[in-house]
Design a protein. Structure first.
Length: 245
């Protein structure tokens, strides 16, 4: 079977050295390249031998001074100052992470550590097909096979097969991406998070246990479609969602 050329992008703050993401991305780049796919990296830093297929934006690195200032101002003050808002890249900026994600045929997140990458949520909101590792946090908030494709971590063959399936079946990929988009907008937004916290506080104040609270709509979406989603507490969902950027 002749493979059609597709663009597969790996997004991270950096692809340098021997950290887990960099090493796993290097393996998958080799395998997907052998299968005939065009791959590239998007990040704030990368090794010199990867420069030919990398799109570098220094502001994508978590240690960039502008990012540090934005992070500090955004999470330590009750209201974000207007000058900070003006410095945040908008979607229309061709150098922004959302703009890069929106141009990808498949967004791949080969994470090894527990948590929910922020860029995965952005990809879901943008309606892009997603392949991600089965680590705590991702599987708790999305339904495998219906919203995104989840594969075992540290399994390049499974990752390549999941990517190839979405590329070979564009109708399936679009349907899954649409479900993930609706789920992210309806249950994983800031407004939904605030509402879940308020409901949790109300239950605690009334003497109810918090253990009965489920993830951000995962079970509701799955129940409506006949699928099952793993239950988890609100605290676990929030910890996973904020555990990895």
């Amino acid at each position: 079977m002749e493979l059609k050329p597709h663009n597969i992008g790996f997004v991270s703050t950096r692809f340098r050295g021997h950290d887990g993401v960099s090493l796993e991305a290097e393996k998958w780049l080799e395998i997907l390249g052998r299968l005939g796919y065009r791959c590239f990296l998007f990040g704030g830093d990368c090794d010199e031998d990867e420069m030919s297929y990398s799109y570098l934006v220094p502001e994508a690195h978590f240690a960039h001074p502008d990012i540090q200032e934005i992070h500090t101002a955004s999470f330590s003050l009750p209201h974000r100052p207007p000058r900070i808002t003006r410095r945040i890249h908008l979607l229309e900026d061709p150098h922004s992470v959302p703009a890069i994600l929106a141009a990808l045929d498949v967004c791949v997140f080969p994470v090894l550590e527990p948590g929910m990458p922020t860029t995965l949520l952005e990809a879901a909101v943008l309606g892009r097909p997603i392949v991600a590792s089965a680590v705590p946090g991702i599987g708790d908030l999305f339904v495998d096979g219906r919203q995104i494709s989840i594969v075992p971590p540290d399994d390049p063959k499974a990752l390549a097969a999941a990517i190839a399936r979405l590329l070979d079946e564009p109708a399936l990929a679009a349907e899954m991406a649409s479900r993930a988009q609706r789920h992210a907008l309806d249950y994983l937004s800031a407004e939904a998070s605030v509402q879940r916290h308020l409901e949790l506080y109300e239950r605690l104040l009334s003497g109810e246990s918090a253990s009965g609270a489920t993830t951000a709509g995962g079970e509701a979406e799955a129940a409506a479609s006949g699928d099952a989603a793993a239950p988890a507490t609100v605290e676990a969902a929030e910890a996973d969602a904020n555990g990895q950027g």
